[in-house]
Design a binder for this molecule. Structure first.
Ligand SMILES: NC(=O)c1ccc[n+]([C@@H]2O[C@H](COP(=O)([O-])OP(=O)(O)OC[C@H]3O[C@@H](n4cnc5c(N)ncnc54)[C@H](OP(=O)(O)O)[C@@H]3O)[C@@H](O)[C@H]2O)c1
Length: 328
């Protein structure tokens, strides 16, 4: 069985280039999805506290470790939610994630967004993203990214995380936390597909040896825009390779050096998404051209409520809001 290509991170760890996304997997779907994925060769699973399904992912992991795979052969990512940015909460939330996943450590721990919300007590009977919860999407403008990043750095000594990184960070935010601490994130996980090229970010990350993981690689969104798998230009390229549109989009990300984490709960798609194809330079360029003509970011915090009233990406694809991120 092929386990696919890997990319070596600045820490020396190897991240498998295709992983399974788990966001929006409905209850009782993700356990099966993870089990199917590992059985067809996936070794990289992308999780987060806010997906509220890590206990199900954990149940699947329990079924496959060690009968199908050894723990050390897997690459498991999880992410710190916005309500746990205060330094004293960072390790606590990680411990909660480890408990849910049934693991002693994660391979990669990311700050999910460069945005802090006021803390919510664990065990609150309202889910962290329940709009009825007081304070949902309120901003904590006191806690800086550097405060949180310092707490992330301390985790490296606990053995509970192998590598630390960030998600949805623009270059100046990464530069800010690196300048303040001397420690660079090994990974930035961002929305990345042919419509969202982010050449500046790609160049910045290359220069500082930061690996990019591409989320929403198929153009998934909560705003009802057509997914990229439906675009005629993508379908046409797929036909040429006798491949699926999803395989073409994944190949595009792999060619750019990203790791790519398509989400699916459909066994046939989980399997076909993992079958890597290679696209020609010409087709790669054709796909980039789509983004040069129609740049789009699907996951903007105004495309679905509630609005996060803070400037996250600071580019024409985002909106301008009242507040700025506090870096130091
Ligand atoms: N760091 C962040 O802020 C962040 C944000 C968003 C996502 N993520 C991570 O990235 C992962 C992937 O992103 P995403 O879930 O937003 O979107 P995505 O992977 O681009 O798209 C997922 C959607 O595509 C469908 N799909 C999967 N394979 C397909 C195929 N071969 N043909 C057609 N449709 C297919 C899935 O349906 P079925 O499941 O029904 O098959 C699902 O509706 C997430 O699950 C999450 O782990 C991270």
């Amino acid at each position: 069985m092929s386990f696919g290509k890997t990319v070596t991170l600045s820490t020396g760890a190897k991240i498998p280039q295709i992983g399974l996304g788990t966001w929006l997997s409905k209850p009782n779907e993700v356990e099966n999805a993870v089990e199917v994925a590992i059985n067809v060769g996936y070794r990289h699973i992308d999780c987060a506290m806010i997906y509220q399904n890590q206990d199900e992912v954990g149940r699947a992991l329990k079924k496959v470790i060690p009968s199908v795979v050894k723990r050390e052969e897997l690459f498991i990512t999880t992410k710190l939610w916005n309500t746990s940015h205060k330094p004293e909460l960072v390790e606590k939330e990680l411990d909660e994630s480890l408990k849910q996943l049934g693991l002693d450590y994660v391979d990669l721990f990311l700050i999910h967004w460069p945005v802090a919300f006021p803390p919510v007590p664990f065990g609150s009977n309202l889910e962290p993203d329940d709009p009825k919860r007081p304070g949902w999407a309120e901003l904590d403008l006191e806690t800086s990214l550097t405060d949180t990043w310092k707490a992330m750095i301390k985790l490296l000594d606990t053995g509970k995380v192998k590598t630390i990184g960030v998600s949805n960070f623009r270059p100046d935010l990464i530069q800010g936390i690196a300048d303040a601490t001397g420690v660079w994130p090994a990974v930035d996980q961002v929305e990345a597909h042919p419509l969202n090229l982010q050449d500046d970010l790609v160049e910045f990350c290359k220069k500082h040896n930061i690996h990019i993981t591409a989320y929403s690689p198929l153009g998934n969104n909560m705003a009802g825009a057509p997914m990229l798998t439906e675009w005629p230009e993508v379908k046409e390229i797929a036909k040429k390779y006798n491949a699926t549109p999803a395989q073409v989009l994944i190949a595009w990300g792999v060619k750019r050096g990203y790791s790519v984490i398509p989400k699916s709960v459909t066994p046939e798609r989980i399997q076909s998404n993992f079958q890597q194809i290679e696209i020609s330079d010409e087709d790669y360029e054709k796909l980039c051209e789509l983004g040069r003509k129609n740049p789009k970011r699907y996951n903007v915090k105004t495309t679905y409520p509630p609005l996060w009233d803070i400037n996250i990406f600071n580019d024409p694809l985002d909106i301008n809001t009242a507040h700025q991120i506090k870096v130091v």
